[in-house]
Design a protein around this ligand. Structure first.
Ligand code: ADP
Length: 405
C-alpha cells in the first residue's frame, strides 16, 4: 500500500505516524509511534491502528544521541518490520516565518529559507529541520512537505500581527505569529464537516494540551491568537508561564544575575502548572491533589482561559461557539465546567450531563453560545496537506517506492 509518513520532531522526541493512501486518495492511519528520551533514555514505542503494540524497545543514550539518529532508528525499524511503499513524508515545522502561509514542498531553497527562522524558534526549528536534511541527503527523490504551526495565522490583520515596538523589529520578523495552527486548521475543517452553520460564525478554540493556546476563528479563518512571537505567550501551560510582564524577564536578568540561557530554561521548563504548583505539569496530578498550590495553579489556568476568551470575543465582535480540544480540553470535564461557568456572562450555558459524558455538543439547547468538544488531529492534517501536494499519479497510485530509509 502507498503510504505517507508524518514526522513531528521535537527537542528530545520524534513522533511519527504512517498513513495508507488508497486509490481514491482516502487516508487510513496504520501506525502511530514515538522515539523519546533521545540522548538520555531512548525508547521506541509504536502501535497499530487497533492500538495493539508493535514495538517497545529501549536503547543506550550513545546509540540514539540526536534527532537524525532517531530518524534512522525509526526508518530501520519500519523497513525491517513493515511492508509498505512510501510516497511522501510530511513534517511538522514550527516556524514558517512571515512568508509561508501554507504547506510547501521541500527543496534546498526551502530548507535555506527555513534555516533563516532558526533565530525565531531556536529550540524547535533545528530539530524540525534535522530529519528533513537527513532525508534530503539520503532519499533526494522522496517528496517531503513542510507543514507550519504558524501558517494558519498568517492572514491576521496588521493590528493582530504587531507588537508596539519600533517598526524595524517587525521588518526583521518580530511579529505575533501564533502557533498550534495545524490543530486549529483541523478543528475548523472538522467543524465545517459536522456543524457548518457554527463553523461559519465566530468561534473560539481552546487548545489545552501540555502546550496551550486559544484562537479566534471567523468563518473558519484565524483572526487572533493568544500566542505571539514564540509559544511562550498567552495562557499558562504545563511548564510555560503564558503571558508575563517583560519586566519580570528584565528583573531575572539584571537583579538575579541569571543568564539568558537560564531564563530561557526557566520560561520553557519550570513555569506554568509545574512552577506554580511545585508538584507536576500534568493536569491529572493537580486535579487529584489536595495541595493548595495545586489548587491555585488550576484556578490560575481557568482564570486566564476566561480572561483570554473575553479578549478573543472582543476580536470577533461576539461569540457563537467555544470549542475545547487537546489533552486537557478533550478529557477534563472539570476544567471544561469551570471555564464554562466563567463564560456565563457571554451566554454560555453548560449541559453538565453531556459534559460528563464527553459528548461533542456540551451546551444546553438554550445556550446562546454553543460549547463543543472537537478532538484534534494534527498528524492527519499534515498527512492531508502532504497528500494534496503529491503530484497526480497517472498509475492510480501505484508509483511508490519501497522504503529504504
Ligand atoms: P501534547 O500533545 O501537547 O504533549 P496533549 O494534548 O496530549 O499534549 O495533552 C497533554 C496533557 O493533557 C497532559 O499533560 C495532561 O495534563 C492532560 N490530560 C490528559 N488526560 C487528562 C484527563 N483525563 N484529565 C485531565 N487532564 C488530562
Amino acid at each position: 500500500m502507498d503510504t505517507i509518513l508524518v514526522v513531528n520532531a521535537g527537542s528530545s522526541s520524534v513522533k511519527f505516524q504512517l498513513f495508507g493512501v488508497d486509490g481514491t486518495g482516502v487516508l487510513e492511519r496504520l501506525i502511530k509511534g514515538q522515539l523519546d528520551g533521545i540522548g538520555t533514555r531512548p525508547r521506541l514505542v509504536a502501535q497499530a491502528s487497533d492500538k495493539s503494540p508493535l514495538i517497545d524497545s529501549t536503547y543506550s543514550p550513545d546509540k540514539v544521541p540526536d534527532v537524525p539518529t532517531a530518524i534512522t532508528v525509526i526508518a530501520g525499524w519500519l523497513r525491517e518490520t513493515q511492508s509498505f511503499s512510501l510516497v511522501a513524508v510530511g513534517h511538522r515545522v514550527v516556524h514558517g516565518g512571515p512568508k509561508y502561509d501554507r504547506p510547501v514542498v521541500i527543496d534546498d531553497v526551502v530548507v535555506a529559507n527555513l534555516e533563516q527562522f532558526i533565530s525565531l524558534a531556536p529550540l524547535h526549528q533545528p530539530n524540525n529541520l534535522a530529519p528533513i536534511r537527513a532525508l534530503l541527503t539520503g532519499r533526494p527523490e522522496l517528496l517531503q512537505v513542510a507543514c507550519f504551526d504558524t501558517a494558519f495565522h498568517r492572514g491576521h490583520s496588521a493590528v493582530a500581527d504587531h507588537f508596539a515596538i519600533p517598526a524595524r523589529f517587525y521588518a526583521e520578523g518580530v511579529r505575533r505569529y501564533g502557533f498550534h495552527g495545524l490543530s486549529y486548521e483541523y478543528v475548523a475543517q472538522r467543524m465545517r464537516e459536522v456543524v457548518p452553520d457554527m463553523a461559519a460564525g465566530r468561534v473560539i478554540v481552546a487548545h489545552l494540551g501540555s502546550g496551550a493556546s486559544m484562537c479566534a476563528l471567523a468563518n473558519g479563518r484565524s483572526v487572533e491568537s493568544t500566542m505571539g512571537f514564540t509559544a511562550l505567550d498567552g495562557i499558562p501551560m504545563g511548564t510555560r508561564p503564558g503571558q508575563i510582564d517583560p519586566g519580570v524577564v528584565l528583573y531575572l536578568l539584571r537583579e538575579k544575575g541569571m543568564s539568558p540561557a537560564a531564563v530561557q530554561d526557566l520560561l520553557y521548563r519550570e513555569c506554568g502548572l509545574k512552577g506554580m504548583s511545585g508538584i507536576s505539569n500534568d493536569m491529572r496530578d493537580l486535579e487529584s491533589s489536595s495541595d493548595p498550590d495545586a489548587a491555585l495553579a488550576v484556578d490560575y489556568f481557568v482564570y486566564r482561559i476566561a480572561l483570554n476568551a473575553g479578549m478573543l470575543a472582543a476580536a470577533l465582535g461576539g461569540l457563537d461557539a467555544f470549542v475545547f480540544t487537546a489533552g486537557i480540553g478533550e478529557h477534563s470535564a472539570t476544567i471544561r465546567a469551570r471555564v464554562a461557568e466563567k463564560l456565563a456572562w457571554l451566554g454560555v450555558d453548560l449541559d453538565a450531563a453531556a459534559n460528563g459524558a464527553q459528548k461533542s455538543l456540551i451546551s444546553r439547547p438554550e445556550s446562546r453560545v454553543a460549547l463543543l468538544i472537537v478532538p484534534t488531529d494534527e498528524e492527519l492534517m499534515i498527512a492531508q496537506h502532504t497528500l494534496a501536494l503529491l503530484p497526480k499519479r497517472r498509475d492510480g497510485g501505484k508509483a511508490g517506492e519501497e522504503f529504504t530509509g
